[in-house]
Design a binder for this molecule. Structure first.
Ligand SMILES: Nc1ncnc2c1ncn2[C@@H]1O[C@H](COP(=O)(O)OP(=O)(O)OP(=O)(O)O)[C@@H](O)[C@H]1O
Ligand SMILES: CC(=O)C(=O)O
Ligand SMILES: [K+]
Ligand SMILES: [Mg+2]
Length: 581
């Protein structure tokens, strides 16, 4: 077995490097089903029996902690540094369940800043391709990967496409411009000199197509409103009817009789620039691509097909719900995608603001029903872009998203350009941990409504096993759930039930590990998995004991769906209970 070979190598390295490794380094080990005292340097017999292999593991783990030389042993357990230290400090129930996404921008792109965000609990770094150069993004991605590799973090990378919304390219001023009541403005796609006042350049050639005199042009969902008074070729002459600010890159939408118009002649979901950015993301090995302004499932399917033929690694495609159309086709989009982002910023431009809370709750619910991770994004702690404390209303908004059981929360400008990005992250971290604890203590968890996802019998069995496992873990107050999973399916089915105990997902697939970073309550661990499930379970439980992460009396529920060693072509799906003695 591969694991035995690796262990033998590690053991001989220890002996060679540490001739005076003495009895003080003795590892006294309480394991599940046996007790064994093992000395470093002891001649270990390598045979198929588990005792020999375990003994080597123990010596190796102790050695790594005393000198930090043998990183491969941390690898054999697969913990990232942040989860490992949280677990040691706070115990199983202290692990945060809600995942945190930070948008990386000029305010947090140095190696040092990124490391601070990683230490602060950032699970996913988001790069918005609307801003900055490809070179800048490449640099940031490489820094994150370097931190993961060299410092033991596990931060996934997401790129977010620019998308094809109609927005302002130029309004003749470096920052914002005020539109006064009754003032007349020309909206054009022509590139003009900065000296031309009252002129706004839009980014899309066909922006005025289908627009009629009398239609309303709304800026950023209500920052300012104009009435179209004349069409001159491709240009629109408009009168300001509701004064306000025009910001750089402000979004334009058209309304007729209180209904959004102009959707038939909008540009495609993925522009030429988006495809360039997607190719870049694939070449840099990002973990997620978030698609802006998704209209239907087709664009998602198209991108997923493209990735499956053009990327050597599996990259998850997230659909951003930020238009009226995407709300109308919500279920088909959720089914087609690998996850959802509720992009409340642009969504608030297309639907009345007072509808955002209920729409958010509905999307979170649909995602949980269909088992897709969901991110709540935009303006969570907006005031922290400028101020060091959040408003009470912002904290309440964050808590509500956690109470709704969103998988993840996202910082945008708060981290990208804000002065208090790390502090904003710690507000998310503390607020979500507090709400999770309250929900558990008050027994507020909402039970998953029965909705069978699986079509084939093995899928249905997996789903039922996960539902039962969580029910059992909650009822019996189990300390942790361990799951062994190749593609993350079982882990996500467990997460979907939002158990009280944390889920440790052991996988030997790096892209599965990085994708699980977005799933509620899952700590993904990259580890060697052998075909022998009993061996995997024994090995991982042992290592966790050795590293002081469990204590006597802890009860762990183990769920697995890996083909057993006999290579009989059947899936072996099981629930086991392990008590640490
Ligand atoms: N890479 C970057 N370089 C420069 N500025 C950035 C960068 N990323 C974000 N920002 C700034 O942070 C602000 C918030 O960022 P974010 O990407 O969340 O914008 P958004 O408008 O919510 O997203 P989207 O464009 O996807 O709708 C942006 O308006 C921009 O000023
Ligand atoms: C995140 C994003 O795209 C939005 O809120 O519009
Ligand atoms: K974007
Ligand atoms: Mg958006």
């Amino acid at each position: 077995m591969a694991v035995m070979g690796d262990s033998a190598l590690i053991c001989s390295q220890i002996i060679a490097k540490n001739p005076d490794f003495n009895s003080k380094n003795r590892v006294i080990h309480d394991a599940i089903s046996f007790r064994r005292v093992c000395f470093s340097g002891e001649k270990l017999r390598f045979r198929k029996g588990r005792v020999g292999v375990r003994a080597v593991m123990e010596v190796g783990a102790e050695e790594r902690e005393s000198t930090g030389v043998l990183k491969s042993l941390e690898g054999s357990l697969g913990f990232d540094v942040v989860s490992a230290s949280e677990l040691k400090k706070k115990g199983f129930l202290g692990l945060r369940k809600t995942k945190l996404v930070c948008t990386i921008g000029p305010a947090c792109c140095s190696l040092d800043d990124l490391e601070k965000l990683a230490l602060g609990g950032m699970n996913v770094a988001r790069l918005n391709m609307c801003h900055n150069t490809i070179e800048w993004h490449r640099n940031v991605i490489r820094k994150i990967k370097k931190l993961n590799e060299e410092k033991g973090f596990c931060v996934s990378v997401m790129i977010d496409t620019e998308g094809s919304q109609i927005n302002v390219v130029d309004h003749g001023a470096p920052s914002s411009v005020k539109a006064e009541d009754g003032s007349i403005w020309s909206f054009t796609t022509e590139n003009f000199e900065c000296s031309r006042p009252f002129t706004v350049q839009a980014n899309y050639e066909g922006f005025a197509e289908g627009i009629k005199v009398g239609d309303e042009l709304v800026i950023d969902g209500g920052m300012a409103t104009f009435e179209v008074i004349e069409k001159i070729g491709n240009d629109l002459l408009c009168k300001c009817t509701d004064p306000g600010l025009l910001l750089p890159r402000a979004k334009l939408s058209f309304w007729r009789d209180g209904i959004l118009v102009g959707k038939n002649y909008e540009p495609p979901t993925l522009s030429t620039k988006d495809w360039t950015d997607i190719k870049f993301g694939i070449s840099e090995g990002v973990d997620f691509i978030a698609m802006s302004f998704v209209k239907d499932a087709d664009a998602i399917k198209h991108l997923k097909n493209y990735i499956s033929t053009n990327s050597s690694k599996s990259i998850k495609v997230l659909a951003k719900i930020e238009s009226l159309e995407s709300l109308h086709k919500l279920e088909e989009i959720v089914i087609a995608s690998d996850g959802i982002m509720i992009a409340r910023g642009d969504l608030g431009v297309e639907i009345p603001l007072e509808q955002i809370p209920t729409v958010q709750e509905k999307i979170v619910h649909v995602c949980r029903k269909l088992n897709k991770p969901v991110i709540v994004a935009s303006q969570l702690l907006e005031s922290m872009i400028e101020y060091p404390t959040p408003t009470r209303a912002e904290v309440a908004d964050v808590s509500e998203a956690v109470r709704q059981y969103a998988d993840a929360l996202m910082l945008s400008g708060e981290s990208a350009i804000g002065s208090f990005g790390q502090k904003a992250l710690s507000v998310l971290e503390m607020t979500s941990s507090r709400m999770e604890l309250w929900s558990r203590e008050e027994n507020r968890q909402s039970v998953l409504q029965q909705h069978l996802l699986g079509v084939s019998l093995p899928d249905q069995i997996a789903e039922q096993i996960c539902n039962c496992a969580v029910e059992m873990a909650n009822k019996l107050g189990m300390d942790a759930i361990f799951v062994y999973t190749k593609h993350g399916e079982m882990a996500s089915l467990l997460s979907r039930n939002r158990p009280n105990s944390p889920i440790f997902a052991f996988t030997n697939d790096d892209s599965t590990r990085m994708a699980l970073n977005l799933q509620w309550g899952v700590t993904p661990l990259l580890t060697d998995l052998s075909d022998d499930m009993e061996f995997n379970i024994a090995k991982t439980v042992d290592l966790i004991i050795t590293k002081g992460m469990v204590k006597q009396g802890d009860v762990v529920l183990v769920v697995s769906d890996i083909i057993p060693i006999s290579a009989i072509p059947t899936l072996f799906q099981s629930i086991q209970v392990k008590t640490i003695v």
